[in-house]
Design a protein around this ligand. Structure first.
Ligand code: TRP
Length: 476
């Protein structure tokens, strides 16, 4: 992505169509698919969660991504500028996006650091003692110092990449390593499916039991859809602003959505059959990939070691191509709106992120402040995944549906009538009416049900922060 002079009037464009699709897919495919999706599906009952998630991806995710690309390309500006240049009262939506970027980067690099650490752990004999793999993960993430060091290294990689502009090496690394990661997920799946007892996992994934679905599960599925597709915080607006006028937005959106969803489902198939076969709990939580993958490969001897290494290298790169897009949203805000130099912007944003990550990482070992019995890691996750992204996506839809005109949008999306989009009317009505109402209902019900588990107050706090930002919007 051409990011080095975001102030200059004619924006640099993506070199090629494939380059753009790969960059947007690089942002979308990350820890959200391979780490978060499987354990969130596991905690929320499996099959039924996945069905609801897929419905949200198709009806809401696709439409919101198309909206973000259209708004970004139309205004040619990043998250905050896109709104500000149209109507100052909407600036707060971009600002919430920047805030979400900061908060997601308050825990993402912690997990990115785990992935890096596992590259090292696998190469130094983790697989030689399969029984200890589970305990070793627990011990590692609750250790106060070690994960922090890895987080630091991971964040530093982000700093270096984003200081130079995203279009350099990381895109190339992504293009090589993403397909490798995909292949390894297939190998993991085949290996997992071949184990005795694996069918229970397939059943868990694909025979939905809707009796376990409550409003908390529905909100989790909605949040996961937004998180995984990188929506609701202006990330795809920023990417869209670099898109050429002749590119087909609808097709691009379809490709990115399909790739992202494909990887998530594949990650599910890679994890659950193996878990059931190995006798692990589907609700094992955030440790899932870090425990299942090494255990599976431990049984395979020498090749297993190579696969495991490639898996964690691939996971690290997938995480990097996503986290740089998050950091970039904050950085381009600081450059465009606050007039900072790129290096200063990167360092200031990263400094805040580092502090948040320290709290997040320590909270997993029970150290540090809590709010309603919830530690920093979970607070950042709850606020963003369950509230900011969904509400942000809803606001983008309201902005497009009610603030921009139908004609403007149709011209933008069809490239002045050159691209056929027969479903335009359906998309428009989804964006203008259905998605805002649907997100509002899901968020309201989800928050209410969250009061049983102590998560409600934190989510409600998120709504409060959004309302406050909205009220202050004149000053932003
Ligand atoms: N989608 C990425 C993942 O699944 C994370 C991410 C990158 C993201 N940019 C985002 C999430 C913007 C929400 C908004 O790992």
């Amino acid at each position: 992505m051409a990011t080095s002079n975001t102030n200059a009037a004619p924006r640099d464009n993506w070199g090629s169509k494939l380059g753009f699709v790969m960059a947007a897919a690089g942002s979308a495919v990350g820890l959200g698919n391979i780490w978060k999706f499987p354990y969130t599906a596991g905690e929320n009952g499996g099959g039924a969660f996945i069905v609801i998630y897929l419905a949200f991806v198709i009806f809401i995710g696709f439409s919101v991504m198309l909206t973000e690309f259209a708004v970004g390309r139309k205004t040619g500006r990043s998250a905050v500028g896109a709104f500000k240049s149209t109507d100052g009262r909407w600036t707060f939506v971009g600002v919430i996006g920047v805030l979400s970027g900061l908060l997601i980067m308050g825990f993402y690099p912690v997990v990115g650091g785990w992935a890096l650490a596992y590259v090292q752990k696998v190469s130094t004999g983790l697989l030689s003692n399969p029984e200890a793999i589970g305990d070793s993960f627990g011990g590692f993430i609750t250790n106060p110092i070690q994960p922090l060091m890895w987080m630091g290294v991971y964040l530093l990689m982000n700093i270096i990449i984003v200081s130079r502009g995203i279009s350099g090496g990381i895109e190339k690394a992504g293009k090589v390593l993403m397909p490798i990661l995909f292949l390894i997920l297939i190998i993991v799946s085949v290996k997992g499916l071949s184990l005795p007892g694996a069918m229970a996992g397939v059943e868990f994934l694909f025979s939905p039991d809707f009796s376990k679905v409550d409003s908390g599960v529905v909100l989790a599925a909605l949040g996961q859809a937004f998180f995984s597709l990188s929506l609701g915080m202006g990330c795809m607006i920023t990417y869209g602003s670099y898109l050429k006028k002749k590119e087909n937005l609808v097709q691009t959106t379809g490709m990115v959505t399909a790739m992202d969803t494909g990887v998530a489902i594949l990650a599910g198939i890679a994890m659950f059959p193996a878990m059931f076969a190995l006798g692990m709990e589907p609700a094992a939580g955030p440790g899932l990939v870090f425990v299942v993958v090494p255990q599976l490969f431990a049984e395979m001897g020498g090749v297993g070691l190579i696969f495991a290494l490639l898996f964690f290298v691939g996971l690290t790169v997938a995480a990097l191509t996503s986290s740089v897009s998050l950091l970039e949203v904050v950085v381009s805000y600081l450059i465009d709106e606050k007039g900072m130099k790129r290096t200063t912007a990167v360092l200031s944003a990263a400094a805040v992120m580092a502090v948040l990550c320290i709290f997040a990482s320590l909270s997993l070992g029970g150290v540090g402040p809590t709010l309603f019995d919830t530690g920093a890691f979970d607070i950042f996750d709850l606020l963003t995944d369950k509230i900011f992204l969904a509400v942000g996506g809803m606001l983008v839809c309201i902005f497009a549906g009610w603030r921009l005109s139908r004609e403007e949008l149709e011209k933008e999306i069809t490239n002045d009538g050159e691209v056929k989009f027969p479903l335009f009317g359906l998309w428009y009505n989804l964006v203008k009416f259905v998605i805002p109402v649907a997100v509002a209902i899901v968020a309201f019900a989800g928050i209410s049900s969250g009061f049983d588990s102590g998560k409600g107050p934190i989510m409600l706090m998120g709504i409060g922060i959004i309302a406050l930002t909205g009220l202050l919007s004149k000053k932003l």
